[in-house]
Design a protein around this ligand. Structure first.
Ligand code: HEM
Ligand SMILES: [Cu+2]
Length: 599
């Protein structure tokens, strides 16, 4: 590994300015920091794509069958500028698929995992730099294939991000299910391969390459989040990849895994048969329930670090936090049936899944309690990263509580497939994870680029996003409790829902405003990259090892081998006169610190 790092280093001097050098340094780079930043830029770009798709959805729900101003006539000339019902289902499907598989998962693991893991454990790079580079370069073909599907006959995939057969399996079932669904499957298989390469790399790096003194229980929570996520990926992803292949074979090779015998759709001739539609749901959720934790555990880790730093207090209950994350990961494999309560399930089994799902709320509650415990009595600094982290904690509580409603089978009968579920998703994923990601960007931006982002603009970005996100997503619970269905292009068609249009218009206006607010963020990000005030190594006075490296760190990360003397949360320690005591600082009084050496 270090061979590669050294040889790239050599080129720095030998081939200054040559194209080959540029390509090796910034395009096919083996450096985990460059790969992390590549992931960050790409996922932010895909976030814009996913966001625009969402605005399409919101447009239709607020002002159904009306011309989209500006873009409508160009994008949908055939419908005279309106979104068609077929296109609406594509929008819903592709919005969720892009956000989940191309934004949330890769921004956490790909961008922050890559950038932070070696720096926070005191390593000079990942264990397998080439694998790391490949994991990034598998994402672009995946994304291009997904997006190209919009231009195939029939359009993009339209069976929802969950891709249930027979809708997804039968070429005549859903619009776009001719080529679009096949493209979708190929795209996701590529994403799966990418994640798999990342996962083995992260596990190996964290287990094998920690700096001297960095015991497992001295790892920052960010690293624990990334580690457990990598383990989850390794166990769950093969199941999804196999299922994707099987669906692909059903579509292109006439196998019969998921389609029942003699199924006739839209008078099209029957296709392969003899399969089980429910088998897909089991395989899909066996991956995708653990995947919802893949989408939040790294965020929980990063938030823990940010909160401890700006409360200037040690993280409350470090070990219970570690056990909770592990517990969430373990339990995550025995709850997938809660997505299938309404698919036809033996009540005894439904009961089992209900109980296991409710149990998983326990470790989640422990974590929330510990964040509050960390804040309690702290000298809180309301910086932008801290504000976003506090938003994460408070919003995650709403998302977690709505999860408990849904876990109760008698309640889920009524709210399954309504906007209540969509509300839950958005509270855990947008109000939760995305807030944590914004916090993490503001927090680690100085390490990435050696400059800080503008705090005032950061706060404006925070407050507007926070207000508009609640305006957009909170009413989803109200709609859902009233039965408003998800994935319908025109629910107002039913008289029962006609009165809900006003609320939907309010939500869509908030969504548009929230989208515009992000321009502040992107502007701040780009301008600060070049003109932000330069910062030193440790602008937040934090304790973990990444702050020991220069900002931005050069090849090989550290200019001196870091040695770890203590846990990463020694804020307000009586053993030093500063209010923080970094992991790398040799003890001033080794006798007094003898205890913490014992680990
Ligand atoms: C307190 C813990 C949680 C509980 C008890 C819980 C429970 C549930 C239940 C029962 C459902 C299925 C509802 C239905 O379709 O009728 C569900 C759906 C979902 N949950 Fe959670 N959840 C929890 C936390 C999370 C977290 C942390 C995330 C993601 C970060 C998440 C993401 C999702 C998603 C994406 C769906 C919807 C899938 C779909 O049908 O499209 N949940 N949750
Ligand atoms: Cu689930």
């Amino acid at each position: 590994m270090s061979d590669a790092a050294v040889s790239t280093h050599g080129h720095d001097h030998a081939q200054q300015g040559s194209l080959g050098h540029f390509v090796r340094t910034y395009v096919f780079s083996l450096d985990h920091k460059v790969i992390g930043i590549q992931f960050l830029f790409s996922t932010l770009l895909w976030l814009i794509v996913g966001g625009l798709l969402a605005l399409g959805v919101r447009w239709q729900l607020a002002w159904p069958w009306s011309n989209m101003p500006g873009v409508g006539p160009t994008v949908f000339p055939a419908e005279g500028g309106q979104i068609s019902p077929e296109f609406y289902t594509m929008l819903v499907t592709m919005h969720a698929s892009v956000m989940i598989f191309f934004v949330i998962i890769p921004i956490l693991a790909g961008a922050f995992g890559n950038f932070l893991i070696p720096l926070m454990i005191g390593a000079d790079d990942m264990a397998f730099p080439t694998l790391n580079m490949l994991s990034y370069w598998f994402m672009w073909p995946a994304f291009i294939v997904m997006i190209c599907s919009f231009f195939t006959a029939g359009g993009a995939a339209a069976a929802g991000w969950t891709g249930y057969p027979p809708l997804s399996g039968h070429p005549a079932a859903a619009p776009g299910s001719a080529m679009g669904q096949t493209f979708w499957l190929i795209g996701l298989i590529f994403v799966g391969i990418s994640s798999m390469m990342g996962s083995v790399n992260y596990m190996t790096t964290i287990i094998q390459m920690r700096a001297p003194g960095m015991t497992m229980f001295r790892l920052p929570m960010t690293i624990w989040g990334m580690f457990i996520t990598a383990v989850l990926q390794a166990f769950a992803l093969p199941v999804l990849t196999a299922a994707l292949f099987m669906q692909l074979l059903d579509r292109v090779a006439m196998t019969g895994f998921f389609l029942p015998e003699g199924l006739i759709v839209n008078n099209a001739p029957p296709v392969s048969g003899g399969g089980q539609v429910l088998l897909w749901q089991h395989l899909f959720w066996f991956y995708s329930h653990p995947a919802v934790y893949i989408m939040i555990l790294p965020a929980m880790g990063m938030v823990s670090d940010i909160i401890s730093c700006f409360a200037r207090k040690p993280l409350f209950g470090y070990k219970p936090m570690v056990y909770s994350i592990s517990g969430i990961a373990g339990l995550g494999f025995i709850v997938w049936g809660h997505h299938m309560f309404m698919s036809g399930m033996n009540p005894a089994l439904g009961m089992t899944f209900m109980v296991s799902t409710m149990m998983i709320a326990l470790p989640s509650a422990i974590k929330t309690f510990n964040w509050l415990g960390t804040l309690w009595g702290g000298r809180i600094q309301f910086t932008t990263p801290m504000l976003f982290s506090l938003a994460f904690v408070s919003m995650f509580i709403i998302g977690g509580l709505s999860g408990i409603f849904m876990a109760a089978t008698p309640v889920d009968v009524h709210i399954h497939d309504t906007y209540f579920i969509v509300g839950h998703i958005h509270y855990v994923l947008f109000a939760g994870t995305a807030m944590a990601v914004f916090g993490a960007i503001y927090f680690w931006f100085p390490k990435m680029f050696g400059r800080t982002m503008n705090e005032t603009l950061g706060k404006v970005h925070f407050f507007l996003t926070f207000i508009f996100l609640n305006g957009t997503f909170y009413p989803m619970h109200i709609l859902g409790a009233g039965g408003f269905p998800r994935r319908y292009a025109d629910p107002y068609h039913f008289e029962l829902f006609a009165h809900m249009k006003g609320l939907n218009q309010f939500m869509s206006i908030c969504a548009i405003a929230m989208g515009l607010t992000q321009l502040i963020f992107f502007g701040n990000f780009i301008v600060s990259m070049f003109f932000g005030p330069k910062c030193g190594r440790n602008p937040w006075h934090a304790n973990s090892l990444e702050w020991f490296a220069p900002s931005p760190p050069g090849h090989g990360n550290f200019d001196a081998q870091p040695i770890v003397y203590r846990a990463p949360y020694e804020y307000g320690s009586p053993l030093t006169d500063k209010d923080y005591y970094p992991q790398w600082e040799p003890p001033k009084n080794p006798e007094a610190e003898g205890e913490s050496h014992g680990h």
